[in-house]
Design a protein around this ligand. Structure first.
Ligand code: PMP
Length: 356
């Protein structure tokens, strides 16, 4: 008997998330994972590696609470926002009975996490301007426990309209949690829904140190919600979810100095994004550059340009989005540093397009 047959049926059928790292490639310009282009330098200050770490390191929690304008009881820290996505499913969804709902094109882990736990997935595809299709969502809410909404949305880069989010929160009161994934919110800080936690006991917000804080390699994210929700998540989280070095560096990243560095990162990305969008807009192989509230640009290319493969072969690695609904010929391009943006534009200039 093969070991494969011992696995749960849904795990046998599962296609794992195709992360940028898993997809591989060999290049020197990596613009496929929405990382910050430069590594910050941190030193370890805690030396007590013989001891288990705190489950929820106090300094990390209080500093994040201060940064977000919340109380420590409203903050949970985990192994990236990805673990937050999964903990919510484990705490709130009965496999084979409850469902989650999300709005493609969007981040892939809501679907993969639900599938792993045997939880039904429903989708309400976004409208042509990538806003929520409120009618479709409303029709499908029966049996839904979690609605995941990503804003700014990955990979389209737009913010979701606040009035729609409010309406969604009204529709789900008492029946489901609304999870707003704010992984990229530092690039549009005015759009955060964090102050709404006072009005909605069923609102959850996901955050991360992977993007604007330039710490994707650290694996540290946050779930913000009211105390009752956090208490439930603490029941299902691992006993030691963060290693001591992670807690050590996360606390430093959330110090006054760390926050200042993050704001500089954001300013640099916004400036490079403006330059890159302008350059891309003028290229013959580019059909459309979509406005972005984030650290990446979604770009639709001409059908004959073969931009993804050509640049891949040149060592410039982008993220192909063409399999996502409504995103034919579209690539997601992380805003890199100035050198990376220039390399990209130079390479794209050589591709065929409507003006050639
Ligand atoms: N949400 C979105 C929208 C993301 O793009 C990402 C990063 N790929 C995550 C969550 C996960 O972030 P983390 O690195 O904190 O697990």
């Amino acid at each position: 008997m093969s070991i494969e047959n011992l696995a749960r049926a849904n795990v046998r059928a599962l296609t794992p998330y195709q992360s940028a790292r898993r997809l591989g490639g060999s290049g020197d310009v990596w613009l496929n994972a929405n990382e910050f282009p430069q590594a910050p330098e941190y030193q370890l200050t805690l030396q007590t590696l013989n001891r288990y770490p705190e489950c929820q390191p106090k300094q990390v929690i209080t500093r994040y609470a201060d940064y977000a304008g919340l109380t420590p009881e409203q903050v949970l820290v985990s192994r990236g926002a990805d673990e937050g996505i999964e903990l919510l499913i484990r705490a709130f969804c009965e496999p084979g009975k409850d469902a989650i709902l999300f709005c493609p094109p969007t981040y892939g882990m809501y679907s993969v996490s639900a599938e792993t736990f045997g939880v039904e997935r429903r989708t309400a595809q976004s409208t042509a301007d990538w806003q929520l299709d409120m009618d479709s969502i409303e029709r499908q809410l029966d049996g839904v426990k979690l609605v995941y909404v990503c804003s700014p949305n990955n990979p389209t880069g737009n913010l979701v309209r606040q009035e729609d989010l409010r309406r969604l929160l009204e529709l789900t009161r008492g029946t489901a949690l609304v999870v707003i994934d704010e992984a990229y919110i530092e690039f549009s800080p005015q759009a955060t829904a964090v102050s709404w936690l006072a009005d909605y006991p069923h609102l959850v917000i996901l955050r991360t140190l992977s993007k604007a804080f330039a710490l994707a390699g650290l694996r540290c994210g946050f779930t913000l919600a009211n105390e009752d929700v956090i208490a439930l998540l603490l029941k299902v989280i691992a006993p030691y979810p963060l290693s001591l070095p992670v807690a050590d560096i996360a606390a430093q990243a959330l110090s006054e100095q760390g926050l200042e560095r993050m704001r500089q990162n954001v300013a640099e990305v916004v400036e490079n994004r403006r330059w890159l969008a302008q350059q891309l807009d003028a290229l013959p192989c580019v059909e459309q550059v979509f406005p972005s509230a984030s650290n990446y640009l979604l770009v639709r290319f001409t059908p004959d340009s073969h931009a993804f493969q050509t640049l891949w072969d040149e060592g410039i690695i982008l993220r192909d989005q063409s399999k996502q609904p409504g995103l034919a010929y579209s690539l997601r391009i992380t805003v890199g540093n100035q050198y990376e943006c220039e390399r990209l534009v130079d390479a794209l200039r050589r591709l065929p397009g409507i003006n050639n």
